[in-house]
Design a protein around this ligand. Structure first.
Ligand code: ADP
Length: 295
């Protein structure tokens, strides 16, 4: 069982031939709605690989909230700790993808209403968990859950998308920090492996990865940083690639794989996702990943 505490979102995605300039219009070639959000998407990736999952987060009592809840349920993710805020609006994102270049622009809104309170993630949330995933948006509840997980002997992994209040405190409680490039740039990274090594060591977690989009990832686990290139695919949309990477990374941890095996698997899963529009639609199942890796 993997538990996750963090963001769940209802995404609207539009694919355009080229980005509209300010004060102009563009007709979308594709217009889609689907579930997303970092932790929810990582859990959906794990669920498709056959891992039981439990999610804690917040939605509003709006249409998007019902859809987010339904999407989790239909993937078999336990939503017993997904709180509904009366009168609140769920997290939403509008994502515009430029066909050809694959560039994407995201406008998002965090859920309105109170963030998850530490009392809403009691130890019952963590029962049976072999790994806790966080994305750090709800810092108080995340710190609380990370501390409890540690004392219960459950490894903790954070998806550090960017520097947020409380993120460094959360990272210190983690066994794995898997960050987007922006997080390290926020720390002042000069993009060299040597500087990454120093910054990663300073975070206090034993294993630290930074993902670099189509350039792959760098992982530090006490030695020289390990570069794992991205797999080559016909990428149509990289939305959620990092989230799916986290799901694959979690899968490797559960299997007891080496850091390299884990990162290669995570990279394969993320690359396969990029072949379809949206965070979750293109997430593969285990036999497809095995086939992809055996190519
Ligand atoms: P985020 O979605 O958090 O910005 P990244 O863009 O860094 O994350 O992507 C996470 C991982 O997904 C990368 O390390 C890489 O393995 C994979 N990935 C991202 N973009 C591509 C791509 N265009 N082709 C293949 N794999 C990709």
């Amino acid at each position: 069982m993997v538990t996750g505490l963090g963001q769940c979102c209802w995404d609207t995605l539009a694919v355009v031939d080229s980005y509209p300039s300010p004060d102009s219009k563009a007709e979308a070639a594709v217009w889609e709605e689907q579930a997303g959000g970092p932790t929810a998407t990582a859990l959906v990736a794990l669920a498709r690989l056959g891992i039981p999952c439990r999610f804690a987060g917040v939605v509003g009592d709006d249409d998007a909230g019902s859809r987010i809840r339904q999407a989790l349920e239909s993937e078999g993710v336990d939503g017993a700790f997904l709180a509904t805020r009366r009168g609140g609006a769920s997290q939403r994102a509008f994502i515009m993808i430029e066909r050809g270049s694959g560039r994407r622009t995201i406008v998002w809104r965090r859920p309105t209403g109170d963030p998850l309170d530490p009392r809403e993630v009691p130890d019952a949330f963590l029962v049976g968990s072999s790994l806790l995933l966080l994305d750090g948006l709800m810092a108080d509840a995340s710190l609380h859950a990370a501390g409890r997980a540690r004392s219960l002997g459950i490894p903790v992994m954070v998806d550090a998308g960017r520097m947020r209040p409380g993120m460094l405190d959360i990272a210190r409680q983690c066994d794995y920090v898997v960050a987007a490039e922006q997080f390290f740039l926020d720390l002042g990274w000069d993009r060299t492996p040597g500087h990454f090594r120093g910054l990663a060591a300073g975070l206090g977690a034993p294993v630290v990865t930074v993902t670099l989009g189509a350039a792959g990832s760098l992982t530090w686990s006490g030695d020289e940083p390990l570069h794992v290139p991205a797999f080559t695919v016909d990428a149509v949309d990289t939305t959620g690639a990092g989230d799916v990477f986290h799901g694959g990374y979690g899968y490797g941890i559960l299997q007891g794989w080496s850091v390299r095996e884990t990162v290669v698997f995570a990279s394969a899963l993320a690359a396969m996702k990029c072949r379809q529009v949206g965070a979750q639609q293109g997430i593969p199942r285990l036999p497809d990943v095995s086939g992809f890796l055996a190519r």
